[in-house]
Design a protein around this ligand. Structure first.
Ligand SMILES: C[S@@+](CC[C@H](N)C(=O)[O-])C[C@H]1O[C@@H](n2cnc3c(N)ncnc32)[C@H](O)[C@@H]1O
Length: 360
């Protein structure tokens, strides 16, 4: 059906086309950030000096002509600062977000899985037709590594010093020695951080992704800690004997096909005086509220289709909550239905996550 010209306001048409092509510009810039991270270009610019392609080629051993085009793209997108004479520099903020993997604001890890996510796009027309999504292993080994790199800076910098002390007695219990479970543990970064800080406790990670479990084992061996073990959650489920003094779930309940069953398993596994820390994406009960309160809502609904909701629908009958599907109200209701009577929201000024302290 062709659009009658009379229906079109030329100015609105121009603005709409601009918005649409702006998103394509964002996609291209994201791909260029992926390349910059993967090839060590941001790290090569870490000193903040303004350099041209010849200097960057000298620092990296890469082709000058390709680097010039990349520098121009990054300058045009205002990721690098253009300083004249085809020279570009990484600002101090750019260094924190794109080059310094130890900084809490480091975000280049989130661009790691971009090629895998784009491969998933090829498979989604079928998912839209059957209703069945893909689990995390569909992103492959690189996908597991990327998710780990994206979330690790926060765990490494803030989990032990900032969050655990706010959980009323949890640190004392961990110091004295207790059993801890991290359900949906991914590559195990959070668990390993806690295990290093509390050698008297025993730490257990539960996962269903084979790739994440391989990453977790590799990370454990690199960390050289003895008080951590990882389990495939389907082959070796959480024990139901109330042995755990502390349980955590980080950014995973909204990804699960059956979070209600997992919550019931957590209730059976936790001691009557134990604590469960939930960190999950800050979400609201309506589309309008999500869009109004979350400047990243469009990106997150996209992530949901590519990853989170897809995972949560990866089995027939999956609940399919998705990235922005687990609001505080739903968390309160579902934890109560699983047998938890105490629920408290905690604010750590996290840009993306909400935190709940939940107890039987
Ligand atoms: C976004 S990742 C978060 C991983 C980890 N918590 C972190 O913060 O790095 C979500 C994880 O939940 C896992 N998952 C999904 N359903 C699960 C289930 N029923 N039991 C255990 N893990 C599950 C996925 O395999 C995936 O690794």
């Amino acid at each position: 059906m062709s659009t009658p010209e009379a229906d079109l306001d030329p100015e609105r048409l121009k603005q709409f086309a601009k918005r649409v092509f702006g998103t394509l510009g964002g996609a291209m810039t994201a791909a260029m950030i992926h390349l910059g991270d993967r090839m060590g270009l941001y790290r090569a610019l870490e000193d903040g000096e303004a350099v041209d392609a010849a200097v960057l080629a000298g620092r990296t051993g890469l082709s000058e002509r390709w680097l010039r085009e990349w520098l121009f793209q990054q300058g045009a997108a205002e990721i690098l600062e253009a300083r004249g004479d085809d020279r570009f520099a990484l600002s101090a903020e750019g260094r924190a977000v794109l080059a310094d993997e130890s900084h809490v604001a480091f975000g280049a890890g989130f661009f790691d899985t971009l090629p895998q996510q784009m491969t998933i796009v090829e498979k989604l027309p079928e998912a839209f037709s059957t209703g069945i999504g893909l689990d995390y292993d569909a992103l492959g080994e690189q996908g597991a590594r990327g998710i780990e790199r994206g979330l690790a800076p926060w765990f490494r910098n803030l989990l032990v010093p900032l969050v655990l002390p706010r959980l009323g007695g949890v640190c004392e219990r961990l110091e004295a020695g207790t059993c801890v479970a991290d359900v949906g543990c991914g590559g195990g970064v959070a668990l390993l951080e806690m295990a290093r800080a509390f050698p008297a406790s025993d730490f257990h990670g539960y996962e269903i992704s084979e790739h994440a479990l391989l990453r977790a084992e590799a990370n454990r061996s690199d960390a050289g800690v003895a008080n951590v073990s990882f389990h495939h959650a389907l082959r070796e489920p959480l024990p139901d004997d109330g042995r755990f003094g502390f349980i955590t779930t980080f950014d995973c309940l909204h990804d699960m096909t059956d979070p209600a069953s997992v919550m019931q398993a957590i209730r059976a596994a936790i001691a009557d005086d134990g604590t469960w820390l939930i960190a999950d994406i800050k979400a609201y009960d309506s589309f309008e509220e999500n869009v109004e309160r979350n400047p990243m809502a469009a990106m997150m609904y996209g992530t949901s289709i590519l990853t989170c909701m897809s995972s949560a629908l990866s089995e027939p009958g999956g609940l399919g909550l998705g990235t922005l599907g687990f609001s505080e109200g739903l968390a309160l209701r579902m934890t109560a239905e699983a047998g938890f009577r105490h629920f408290e929201a905690l604010d750590f000024h996290h840009p993306v996550n909400a935190f709940y302290r939940v107890r039987p």
